[in-house]
Design a protein around this ligand. Structure first.
Ligand code: GDP
Ligand code: FE
Ligand code: FE
Length: 194
């Protein structure tokens, strides 16, 4: 993969145009955290950068556009009954591919899984999942603990984040996407087979 400063600058322009300044700053923070984790755990920094910069690319699309994407790409119609939280990564990966021309499957998968995680996650998937949670601009309760764990053990950071996200969803009585439960079973309850 050829990734020059120029490639990154072009990508940055498109991403900045797709979102609010606040979200753009979040994305830059996720890139920073992802580069640190890639360095620490030995992943490709180029892939970590591209996946971090694009992970929330579609977050500001309307519900109608997501519903149209579900129909256009033939996703299961059950997905129509979810919401932006679930759509922006899963369907966002498709929009990143179509609109930004990013075809690297490992990057697209990290985008797809960044909100829910999954039972099976690659190093890059874990890096983006965790970087999104610990980026410097986040001030969610427990984020300092999450940052400390992420410096020591990436799998434990996946578990910590999953547990706290699920606890939060239950607290506010939000619907829990099945993949989030699969992530919990594998990484928090450490269930061997699902
Ligand atoms: P962001 O896009 O940078 O804000 O972060 P994420 O993509 O990780 O999360 C977006 C939102 O989805 C957050 O408010 C999470 O709490 C929420 N979320 C994560 N998992 C689930 C789930 O299984 N169900 C629902 N309803 N929301 C979820
Ligand atoms: Fe997101
Ligand atoms: Fe994010």
């Amino acid at each position: 993969m050829h990734y020059s400063e120029e490639t990154r600058a072009t990508l940055l322009e498109k991403i900045q145009a797709a979102m609010s300044e606040k979200r753009f700053q979040h994305v830059l923070g996720v890139e920073k955290a992802a580069l640190f984790l890639a360095e620490t755990y030995g992943a490709s920094k180029e892939k970590a950068s591209v996946a971090a910069l694009t992970h929330d690319y579609a977050k500001e699309r309307s519900d109608e556009e997501f519903k149209q994407t579900i129909r256009d790409y033939g996703y299961d119609s059950d997905l129509l009954h979810w919401n932006n939280a679930i759509w922006h990564g899963l369907l966002g990966a498709e929009l990143v591919k179509q609109e930004l021309g990013i075809t690297d499957e490992s990057i697209l998968q990290a985008i797809r899984l960044h909100t829910t995680g999954a039972a099976q996650m690659t190093l890059l998937d874990k890096i983006i999942y965790v970087a999104d949670y610990i980026e410097p601009g986040r001030d969610i309760p427990g984020v300092e603990k999450a940052r400390a764990i992420a410096r020591e053990d990436l799998d434990e950071a996946v578990a910590y984040e999953t547990k706290h996200t699920l606890a939060h969803l239950i607290d506010i009585e939000a619907p829990v996407y099945p993949k989030t439960i699969e992530t919990y079973n594998r990484w928090v309850a450490k269930k061997e087979e699902i």
